[in-house]
Design a protein around this ligand. Structure first.
Ligand SMILES: Nc1nc2c(ncn2[C@@H]2O[C@H](COP(=O)(O)OP(=O)(O)O)[C@@H](O)[C@H]2O)c(=O)[nH]1
Ligand SMILES: [Mg+2]
Length: 220
């Protein structure tokens, strides 16, 4: 039996998602809640990284996690087992969250009073890039086994992201992945994007990611 709250959230009724997203961002700022929208393909390491960040921020910030998926609650259960407040959002088959859906997740009691809320968006490199969730920053993960050509194939995701995490760098020796090439391709689309190489498995680079989040949170 699942121990976490599951929210069944359907597509929002709002006509203008961008307006809703701006409203939500402002409200969160006033409340002191910093929202990170974490995106990647399935299996790139979103949940693994979230678990590392929970450890990294322990005793420093209250971190809540909203896990969005089409079905199941496995990710939210992992986060809850790590000791962080978590909710599972089911998207009624939708492959992304919009700002209204994100707002509903944030209204759940578990997310109240958090300093940092991480939204693990539905896994894919296409739809989540098209919808502003109201987050203060967009963070994406590209993992080494996916290949360094992904910025060429899914340019919008790289264009809307503030930070690109190249994850699974512990596997570089077994894949033909050139991290410098991946970073250059991302920067060609988005000159302002930050790039951090990391491994959620070994913990390498996780401190730098935490530092980036702290500094962006201070800017808001
Ligand atoms: N070798 C390696 N495996 C990783 C790393 N990060 C995640 N994984 C593995 O990749 C798989 C998918 O990870 P998960 O965090 O569930 O990805 P998500 O679907 O994006 O949330 C799991 O088997 C993880 O153990 C990493 O940095 N290195
Ligand atoms: Mg996950």
């Amino acid at each position: 039996m699942s121990q976490v709250r599951i929210l069944e959230i359907k597509k929002s009724v709002y006509e203008n998602n961008d307006v809703e997203a701006e409203k939500l961002r402002d409200e969160l700022k006033r409340e002191g809640r910093f929202l990170v929208n974490l995106m990647s393909s399935p299996g790139a390491g979103k949940t693994s990284l979230v678990l590392r960040l929970i450890e990294e921020f322990a005793g420093e910030m209250k971190v809540g996690v909203m896990e969005a998926d089409i079905d199941s609650s496995v990710d939210a259960e992992k986060v809850a087992a790590a000791g962080a407040p978590a909710v599972q959002i089911h998207t009624d088959g939708m492959c992304h969250l919009d700002a209204g859906m994100t707002r509903k997740g944030l209204e759940s009691p578990e997310m109240r009073g958090m300093d940092l809320v991480v939204l693990e968006n539905v896994g894919n490199l296409v739809c989540p890039a098209e919808f502003d969730t109201g987050a203060h920053v967009n963070v994406m993960i590209l993992s080494v086994p996916e290949g360094d050509d992904k910025p060429l194939k899914y340019p919008l995701m790289f264009t809307v992201s503030d930070l690109l995490i190249i994850n699974k760098i512990d596997t570089l020796s077994v894949f033909d992945f050139d991290a410098a090439v991946a970073a250059a391709r991302a920067r060609a689309l988005n000159p302002g994007i930050e790039v951090i190489e990391a491994s959620a498995k070994t913990g390498e680079g996780v401190g730098r990611i935490a530092e980036w989040i702290r500094s962006r949170r201070d800017d808001v």
